[in-house]
Design a protein around this ligand. Structure first.
Ligand code: SF4
Length: 408
């Protein structure tokens, strides 16, 4: 027989038991205690010298973080961590504005690399068919559709190891970048490794950002990919940064790593000469046929912790809730936005994985008081305003020009 949640005390008739429970419960909870204002718990402030406190007080980004400091922040009680990250988020960004980006695969599959999570590697049998590069006009048509649906950034990905010997491909990519920029959208590409000259060519074509993820920490990286090194990835990021293109680099959670690897990844980007403009946080979508195809999903608290820590340590950066978002319920996505994520991929597909659709996102945004970020509010948009008006830094752009732009 199933046990009653609140057993009837000995000597109580059924009627007396019911009556008693209606008037005063035979068990004690906090609700039985009169609520007094002083009874509300105010969390004690973190010690004034703690990394957590320093991050919470920050008015400008800093890039001299130690791994220990970031680890302290990452391992703070989650309820305090997300409260702090939400506070810093509001200081640097408009919390209602979420950048909507659409990512299109302009060259699918057939990649020679061995990234153990990727459907596009030619080393794994994932059932994906390699295709030729999409023509420029089809890409621009897709960008127009994305813009009509509220996306302000259009990202184009090609499954290449690098751009060596790809002169014609680079020419076509530049035409795509120019076309996307002419639509008034930000343009981002991810083409594998590029050298300094290729980065400059892309900058001249008007490229807003270049994505090249570090994926994970330096220590865990060799167990994920063997065909290029962490340092090669960092070299591409350096070429991009030095060409004056915004860097988009982040990670994938759920690659069999530990929390110290989340800390390690954040530490690497937080100590770059300047913080990346964009830090994508992906949750692995296991693809059958890849070495990580049977991986267990990463826990949500680890995703939230990573976002909140990144927000505190990279306060001005756009934090992009990327692959795996479609597996999250709406409430979880909102917790990520509260904790500091402020960009999403939206559209029909995200490279080879599913993506939340525009209609679904519009409904969610409407319900929660969110709205698509305008180009003038993004870091790329701010830089353009600064360049056009001849300001030396984004910070010098008057707030009247910035509209509801981030306070950087
Ligand atoms: S992640 Fe990129 S580089 Fe790695 S296998 Fe996939 S397409 Fe190639």
């Amino acid at each position: 027989m199933a046990q009653r949640a609140f057993p009837r005390p000995t000597g109580f008739s059924r009627a007396r038991f019911v009556r008693t429970r209606c008037v005063s419960r035979p068990f004690s909870t906090v609700l039985d205690v009169p609520i007094h204002p002083s009874a509300h718990h105010t969390p004690p402030p973190a010690p004034s010298s703690s990394p957590f406190h320093d991050a919470l007080q920050a008015n400008t980004p800093r890039n001299n973080w130690t791994r220990e400091e970031i680890s302290d922040i990452y391992h703070s009680p989650l309820i305090e961590l997300t409260y702090a990250s939400a506070t810093v988020h509001r200081r640097f960004h408009n919390p209602a504005a979420i950048q909507m980006c659409t990512l299109m695969n302009i060259k699918t599959g057939g990649c020679s690399e061995d990234c153990s999570y990727c459907a596009q590697s030619s080393r794994y049998d994932t059932g994906l068919k390699a295709t030729k590069m999409v023509d420029v006009e089809s890409v621009l048509e897709a960008a127009r559709v994305a813009k009509e649906n509220g996306s302000s950034r259009f990202c184009m990905g090609a499954a290449w190891r690098d751009m060596r010997g790809r002169k014609t491909n680079l020419k076509n990519v530049k035409a795509m970048v120019e076309g996307v920029r002419a639509l008034g959208m930000e343009a981002c590409v991810t083409l594998g490794m590029i050298d300094a000259a290729q980065a400059r060519e892309l900058k001249d074509a008007g490229l807003t950002a270049y994505n090249h993820n570090l994926d994970t920490s330096r220590e865990h990286y060799p167990s994920v990919i063997s065909t290029r090194t962490y340092d090669e990835r960092l070299a591409t990021i350096k070429n991009v940064r030095e060409a004056g293109i915004n860097v988009c680099t982040g990670g994938i959670l759920g690659l069999g790593e530990k929390s110290k690897d989340h800390v390690g990844l954040i530490h690497t980007v937080a100590t770059m000469p300047s913080h990346p403009e964009s830090f994508p946080v992906n949750a692995l979508v296991p693809i059958k046929g890849t070495p990580l195809g049977e991986s267990k999903a990463i826990s949500f608290d680890a995703i939230l912790r990573t976002i909140a820590t990144a927000r505190l340590v990279l306060p001005a950066t756009i934090i992009r809730l990327a692959a795996g978002r479609h597996t999250m319920r709406e409430e979880k996505q909102i917790m990520c936005f509260q904790a500091g994520a402020n960009a999403v991929f939206t559209g029909e597909k995200m490279l080879t994985t599913a993506c939340n659709g525009w209609e679904e996102d519009k409904e969610m945004f409407g319900k929660w008081g969110l709205r698509p970020m305008e180009t003038k509010e993004t870091i790329g948009g701010q830089q353009e305003i600064a360049e056009t008006a001849n300001f030396d830094t984004v910070a010098e752009v008057p707030s009247s020009v910035q509209a509801s732009a981030p306070v950087i």
